[in-house]
Design a protein around this ligand. Structure first.
Ligand code: GDP
Length: 179
């Protein structure tokens, strides 16, 4: 985590005037939160080009936490998050069950369900070990009213979509508040 934040901060110095998005990654240990973050930042961040959002993305502050972590610190992270990425591993049913609990956790801290959110089932390169079907992920995303991606941090599949999707959600919420 320290490393990720350091990388993000150093990158931000070259993008004065751009917008910082505070993103909180939630998920059981070992689902790939760090790997996803590292893939996104190390491959794409310094020359980040997405015609739809480039001017507004300064850097993403990632805070990476799991249910078991120190609660006061976790709540503090969660209060500051503008958007959340809830992750599980498709090879780990337990992590999916934990993913289903995060919405209540967010609600407990933020007192609203209206928070930009993306649900991610990671490790699709390990298809032969799959324990959670795509349909189950989609169904949880419907419950959460959020977008859903299955990813592979190892192969860098759909990683950008996750972060871009969340930034779009955050922006949509901001615009709806302005209108
Ligand atoms: P975190 O605890 O959620 O941050 O999980 P990590 O990012 O540390 O990943 C836990 C382990 O899963 C590490 O050994 C990673 O190399 C591995 N891992 C993460 N993402 C993937 C993936 O998409 N595919 C595969 N095969 N392994 C992954």
């Amino acid at each position: 985590m320290e490393l990720e934040n350091e990388m993000i901060s150093s990158s931000s110095s070259s993008s004065a005037g751009s917008r910082e998005y505070k993103v909180v990654m939630l998920g059981a240990g070992g689902v790939g939160k760090s790997a996803m973050t590292m893939q996104f930042i190390s491959h794409r961040f310094p020359d980040y080009h997405d015609p739809t959002i480039e001017l507004e993305v300064g850097y993403l502050s990632m805070l990476d936490t799991s249910l078991a972590e120190f609660t006061a610190m976790r709540d503090q992270y969660m209060r500051g998050g503008e958007g959340f990425i809830i992750c599980y591993s498709i090879t780990d049913r337990q992590s999916f069950q934990e993913a289903a609990e995060f919405k209540e956790l967010i609600y407990r801290v933020r007192h609203t369900y209206d928070i930009p959110l993306v649900l991610v089932g990671n490790k699709i390169d390990l298809e032969e070990f799959r324990q959670v079907s795509t349909e189950e992920g989609m169904s949880l995303a419907r419950e959460y009213s959020c977008s859903f991606f299955e990813t592979s941090a190892a192969l860098r599949f759909y990683i950008d979509d996750v972060f871009h999707g969340l930034v779009r959600e955050i922006r949509r919420k901001e615009f709806s508040l302005v209108e």
